[in-house]
Design a protein around this ligand. Structure first.
Ligand code: ZN
Length: 654
């Protein structure tokens, strides 16, 4: 199973081992190599001697096999988290990792042969069969490059695993999922409002003991005990959330994905994921509020972005897994809880995560219908929430959920389980995922206080909105970065990063600040001028019309470094104080004034809200900086932040 980190190493749907990198490591003797080395671990055990590192492995690179390889002791936690532990690595489960630090360790071994040491790595692929067995073409690497002088990696067929955007391609026709009643009709899951199906409020009878289930006398494993190392487990639980079937694009085409959550009588929940044919079959079997027995699935690390169960792992259902409805016996009653509750003023620290929220509805905005670029029709509704922290944020609903959200509910508390904190153009919103559940007036701790606060104090509280206005406000101190630090840490590599930079505008590319773009409403593609007029390759239209669009590039600097930033569309318009059309008119009618406009921008010190994101261009990875907002520094806000930093520095031991 490919991990998230794997995606950037996939080429043409393949994850390929770095042929001969073991040899390279012994030649380079470099602890921080320029290129990632992708290797597979085919054997692993804790080292009892603990002479070098605490963990000892055997690796292959597609050309060579080598041992011993040590993982540095500092990786102990990561190894456990990644399931690289004693007894877990075998020919069926040989993890693939990427490392920049594969290097011989200079500590002598009994055998006079230098071991390799790994000081950092990323897990790329789990539950992977060994790509080459030892008896195959692999050469045992001696540990001395002299012995392998004639090695030519171009003569070796690269060893790879086909990656299906997260799913291993398996061609074997597998027996059908154990299904007790495959004829259960597909039930359209109603949008969840008020009390979700399968959820009981407080005061309901306590969870029932269900060991005497008629379907099986076997004892069940608690969901909380599921780990990749638990052998022979079988769980029983109620389906608390059934997501709609989705189609996702993968490297090798489209695949169906189906997720559902199961909760046991100990109130532990785990997410189950199925792909392809298995997804379609499982979708028919699984119904909300139904008791299931599940066993024989893959266990993998939960992706916290999409998983709000609180469980460290999730289940990956395959063709031979058991997913069987339990007809007899009582249904587990699950209590509605907001285990991951965060206050609204803490949300800026939770961007990209799934959290639980309890807040009062401050305003239910009207339904907003619109047509997308592709011609799809959408409806959207924003519900403004507030809590005792005085912070407002918009909860964004789509489709039926938007339509069915009850209006005139201002002042009522809303509990939301598993809501996604999203940053877009510098503002924050709460978005739903397939497993988000919201409940009006939930019977949870803090609900009464919330109502009371709203009724008595809402009118007098000073509010701050995370969704509108300047969201960088709350983040000013949190995300303040020096350009030198941003470059040195390569912020934006891998995952995009938002940061605030206090910098000075050094130069502005006036000549290319605006360009002629496609006139279609949601398109800003540069048009090509030809004999037919203006052509947009994206919309595939030609005509005599175009519109001007901003692409403003500026060089900004602080005392530690400099970068080029780009501002597009409305953000640039706001910064320039005029539309691109207006600017184009000046360019046309008064070229010297046009130049002056950019000249006057120079040397101004501003606070920039910037997104650093890596982009691959001509096979080269670069970090691009997009600016969203540009503000005059407010020293009343900035100085206390700098004071805090100085205090912290002073407090450091010398
Ligand atoms: Zn276009």
């Amino acid at each position: 199973m490919a991990t998230d980190a794997c995606q950037k190493y996939i080429k043409d749907g393949k994850l390929t081992l770095s042929t001969g990198c073991i040899n390279t490591s012994f030649i380079e003797l470099n602890e921080a190599s320029e290129n990632a080395k992708i290797i597979q671990i085919i054997n692993y055990k804790e080292d009892k001697n603990k002479k070098v590192g605490a963990f000892k492995a055997k690796i292959i690179d597609g050309a060579f096999a080598f041992h011993p390889v040590f993982f540095h002791e500092s990786l102990a936690e990561q190894l456990v988290k990644d399931g690289i532990v004693n007894g877990a690595v075998n020919s069926e489960n040989s993890p693939i990792i990427a490392t920049y630090s594969l290097c011989p360790s200079n500590m002598a071994m009994e055998s006079n042969r230098l071991p390799l040491m790994i000081k950092s790595y990323e897990l790329l692929y789990t539950n992977c069969p060994a790509l080459e067995s030892e008896k195959s073409n692999l050469i045992k690497y001696s540990g001395d490059p002299e012995d392998h002088k004639g090695f030519d990696k171009t003569k070796i067929t690269p060893v790879f695993i086909a990656v299906n955007g997260g799913v291993k391609t398996e061609k074997t026709e597998a027996p059908p999922t154990t299904i007790s009643n495959p004829s259960i009709p597909i039930k359209v899951v109603a949008p969840l409002i008020n009390k979700p199906i399968g959820m009981a409020t407080r005061g309901a009878p306590p969870p029932m003991k269900t060991n005497s289930s008629g379907s099986s006398n076997q004892s069940f494993t608690p969901i909380s005990a599921i780990t990749p190392y638990a052998s022979k487990w079988r769980i029983k639980g109620v389906v608390t959330s059934k997501e709609e079937m989705r189609t996702v694009k993968m490297k090798s085409g489209e695949s169906k994905v189906f997720n559902f959550d199961v909760c046991d009588d100990k109130n532990s929940t785990i997410k189950c994921v199925a792909f392809g044919d298995v997804a379609e079959r499982t979708y028919l079997v699984v119904q909300e509020n139904q008791m299931l027995a599940i066993s024989g699935c893959g266990v993998r690390q939960a992706n916290k972005r999409f998983n709000n169960t609180g469980h460290e792992y999730e289940l990956s259902i395959n063709a031979t897994s058991e997913v069987a409805p339990l007809k007899d016996g009582p249904v587990i009653v699950v209590q509605y809880e907001l285990k991951n509750r965060v206050k609204l003023d803490e949300l800026p620290r939770k961007v990209g995560e799934s959290v639980d929220v309890l807040a009062c509805i401050d305003k239910v905005n009207e339904l907003n219908a619109f047509t997308s670029k592709n011609g799809g029709n959408f409806v959207k509704r924003e519900v403004s929430l507030i809590d005792q922290t005085g912070v407002n944020i918009n909860f964004v609903l789509w489709g039926d959920q938007a339509k069915n959200f009850p209006e005139h509910t201002e002042g009522q508390p809303l509990g939301i389980k598993g809501v996604f904190v999203k940053e877009f153009n510098g503002g924050l919103t709460l978005g739903t995922t397939g497993s988000t559940k919201y409940v009006l007036t939930p019977d949870v701790d803090g609900m009464a206080e919330m109502c009371e606060w709203y009724n008595n104090s809402r009118g007098t509280v000073q509010t701050q909105s995370l969704s509108t206005g300047n969201a960088s406000e709350g983040s000013l101190g949190r995300d303040l970065r020096l350009l030198g630090t941003a470059s040195a840490l390569q912020l934006g590599r891998g995952e995009q990063v938002y940061m605030n930079v206090k910098g000075r505008i050094m130069s502005v590319k006036g000549e290319t600040a605006i360009y002629k773009s496609c006139p279609s409403e949601n398109c800003s593609k540069k048009v090509i001028e030809n004999e037919d007029g203006y052509r947009c390759d994206k919309c595939n239209i030609s005509g005599d019309k175009y519109k001007f669009t901003y692409m403003l590039q500026m060089e900004i600097a602080d005392m530690t470094g400099q970068i080029w930033i780009t501002m597009f569309g409305k953000n640039a318009e706001q910064f320039m104080g005029m539309t691109a059309e207006e600017l184009a008119e000046i360019k046309n009618e008064n070229p010297s004034e046009y130049e002056d406009i950019f000249h006057r921008l120079k040397f101004a010190t501003r606070i920039f809200r910037i997104r650093a994101k890596s982009e691959v261009y001509n096979d080269e990875e670069r970090i691009k900086y997009n600016a969203f907002t540009v503000d005059v520094p407010d020293y009343n806000k900035l100085n206390p932040i700098l004071d805090t930093v100085i205090d912290r520095l002073n407090a450091l031991p010398i």
